[in-house]
Design a protein around this ligand. Sequence first.
Ligand code: RIB
Length: 312
Amino acid sequence: MTDRIPLLIDTDPGVDDALALLMAFNSRQHELLGLCITAGNVGLDYTTANALKLCEVAGVTVPVYPGCDRPLVFAAEDASYVHGRDGFGDIGYEPAQRRPESEHAALAILRESHAHAGQLLLVTLGPLTNLALAVRLDPTLPERIGRLLVMGGAVTGKGNTSIAAEFNIAFDPEAAAIVFGSFPRIEVVDWEAVLRHGFLHKRFEAWLAAEDPRAGFYDRISRKTRQWAEGKRGEYWHSADALAMMAALYPEHVIEKERHYLHVETAGSQSRGATVVDWLERSGQPAQAEIILTVNQARFEALIQEALGGHI
Ligand code: RIB
């Protein structure tokens, strides 16, 4: 086996985070170093417990590092209306046996960046609070990151949390502004790309029929969210974090992307949390955002099926 790519994930599980994590657990090309946990979809206690439980279901024993339990500056609403009060569909699962690490997620990011300097693939699936804190603790962090991929933003202003803002950015815009102002290159999977890569609820339900504990558990935790989504968005379901994880793990399956300057807005009654992209290169600012526009949909769906125990 050639050297595996060191992978660190910052996440706020969350139903779609869970699907992305199952995809990461399933990759033979990556060495998953750990899960850094943030508040976001639901509170930190729940997101940490959910990460530990998913690892147990999947038979994975990577360390889980709790991080920030709130945004850097201003309080924000969670997304429990989507994911359930506990973030995993309120199914009342038996808590995992394993405990989280005592090391803070931001410190784990810094430590692993030194251990794998220049090689680390860092993927964020939630608000950017932990990563922003790590950058403030050590401004040289970006120099040691091989690739950073962020699920977040709405690159032409079609938000899912406010008119213009997507949830991960809107939850902590100050953190996002720090991150997008510190890294010279960030691969971005935004909400609008997610909407272009939906899959039929009916197809997904068939994938959940796989005789595998991962499929069974995911069927249970995702049911509430899938029902909510079907009522709101119709016959296609969307998994933001799964799309981001596919682009992170398999960049060869990215078909179309563009590189532009991206500004995170932190002010304004309607603009706070917006990701403003300089599509026409007017700003003269360095183009730090590599905006992923399309991926290979068939491969995307195949990776999801395999992560649930299906055989393609
Ligand atoms: O806007 C979608 C993002 O917000 C996903 O990461 C989802 O888990 C929520 O955190």
